[in-house]
Write a protein that binds this ligand. Structure first.
Ligand code: GDP
Length: 461
């Protein structure tokens, strides 16, 4: 158990029905007792082990009532952090919350660091690291598919998968060590060959996880899409048409002077992030020279570029110039305004110049072909893989880089065996792989990594 007691306002600041001040640590109950009065349940500190009581927050300095509240009491170990937790459900206004929080701090708690509640849940063994990390994914989920992936991880499905894999490695390690301890040459050769084959299978499997992590990351962070093209081809119209039907949530990006708005649209459960760059038009950093109303930076950072042409303007030199630049990227060419012309000529022109281009014909104005465009975007996410199956997939970049290191460790094992290295060395590499894998669930992980992970969290979580 950690010594000090932490507190934070756990709900967003602003007006709301309720707002919660959360307290966790050995002193939580004692702190709450100093500032909470219940008319009916005078002995709650003694009698209430777990539950809710109605009463008032009172400033002990002058006995004035600050707010009418509900107090949730969750004693260790039956709480999120496994410590004593008290949550004060105030009215959701800035002043009652701030005032209550101040009283909590004056009564002996200290302000919690970002993510410190979840960090304590991890340190006290309530969650492993992968589960703790998923908490933030649940909070930030952008579509219900992203949510269900995060919740599976929170439930421990990923941890289970990792620990099963760790067990497999441990089993092989035990065999290698048995051969070291009881060397009998004919057994040795066949056992080691078998181990090598099994490790090759494991590498294959982990590489499959790494491959699927691309889709996982998209569910977690969103697929960055830009719509580029010459002025007036209908880019804004497409954006509006998609937003009208598919808007998921709107996030303001802090720190952007232009107030760019990131819009998330939900395409077949995939959170697709379209950045509205309308504000960029008047500034200098557009690719104005070639008449493309979108910043180069946005194009380069995108997962998919939607390059738009229209039936009226056709396929011009400018389009050709830009397409040459982006032809090796994930690219979908959109031919817009098919309500006023067939676009066949454009398709012929482009197809003569570029092979295997994905071309979608739409009318943003008349809502024609948008479903085909959505199919095309979604198919990029899975590129031939079966769509989001029930299997848990890796979505966190940290996990993916751990897996890559595990593969390196295992390749060292194979190399060691193939070069007839002493088995002691082989067993060290195998143990390294096992340990590296444990960084995902936190069974083997440094304090630095832990600190870095929880810094990403919001205050009060
Ligand atoms: P942007 O400059 O590329 O963002 O183009 P806008 O979305 O502002 O559209 C330019 C003009 O084309 C507007 O007058 C739109 O109404 C028109 N437009 C956009 N999409 C279509 C379409 O599918 N069919 C037709 N006929 N006109 C369209």
């Amino acid at each position: 158990m950690l010594e000090d007691t932490i507190a934070a306002i756990a709900t967003p600041l602003g007006e709301g029905g309720i707002g919660i001040v959360r307290i966790s640590g050995t002193e939580s109950i004692i702190i709450a007792e100093k500032i909470f009065r219940s008319l009916k349940e005078k002995d709650w500190v003694k009698n209430l082990n777990y539950g809710l009581i109605y009463g008032y927050i009172v400033d002990p300095f002058n006995n004035s009532i600050v707010d009418e509240v509900l107090l949730s009491v969750m004693r260790a170990p039956n709480s999120y952090t496994r410590e004593n937790i008290v949550e004060i459900n105030c009215h959701g206004g800035l002043v009652p919350l701030r005032k209550t929080f101040e009283l909590v701090l004056n009564s002996g708690a200290r302000t919690a660091e970002p993510g410190e509640f979840t960090k304590r849940a991890f340190l006290n063994g309530r969650l492993d690291l992968a589960q703790a990390e998923s908490v933030i994914d649940v909070i930030r989920a952008k579509t219900s598919d992203s949510l269900s992936l995060a919740v599976k991880q929170l439930e421990g499905k990923l941890s289970e998968k990792i620990s099963n894999m760790q067990d497999k490695l441990l089993y092989l390690l035990a065999h290698v060590e048995a051969v070291i301890d009881f060397p009998e040459e004919d057994i040795e050769a066949s056992t080691i060959e078998k181990i090598k084959a099994e490790i090759k299978d494991i590498i294959k499997e982990i590489n499959k996880w790494i491959e699927l992590a691309r889709a996982g990351k998209i569910y977690r962070e969103g697929l960055a899409v830009v719509i580029a093209g010459k002025p007036n081809v209908g880019k804004s119209s497409l954006l509006n048409a998609l937003l009208k039907e598919k808007r998921a949530i709107v996030t303001e990006i802090p720190g952007t002077t232009r107030d760019a708005i990131e819009e998330y649209i939900n395409i077949k459960g995939i959170p697709v992030k379209i950045t509205d760059t309308a504000g960029l038009r008047e500034t200098g950093d557009t690719v104005e020279k070639i008449g493309v109303q979108i910043s180069k930076e946005k194009i380069m950072g995108a997962d998919i570029i939607l390059y738009m042409l229209d039936v009226k303007n056709g396929f011009t030199d400018v389009d050709c110039y830009v397409l040459d630049e982006v032809i090796n990227r994930n690219l979908i060419v959109i031919i817009n305004k098919i309500d006023v012309g067939s676009g066949i000529e454009i398709i012929n022109n482009i197809s003569n110049k570029y092979e295997n281009l994905e071309i979608v014909q739409i009318s943003a104005l008349k809502d024609i072909g948008l479903d085909l465009l959505e199919d095309a975007i979604a198919s990029f996410v899975f590129s031939g893989n079966a769509a989001a199956s029930n299997e848990i997939i890796i979505s966190n970049t940290r996990h993916k880089s751990v897996l890559k290191r595990v593969v390196y460790n295992l390749q060292d094992v194979i190399e060691g065996i193939e070069n007839a290295m002493p088995l002691d060395i082989v067993s060290i590499d195998l143990r390294n792989a096992w340990e590296t894998l444990g960084e995902i669930t936190g069974s083997s992980v440094t304090e630095d990594i832990i600190d870095k992970i929880f810094k990403e969290f919001c205050i009060g979580k």
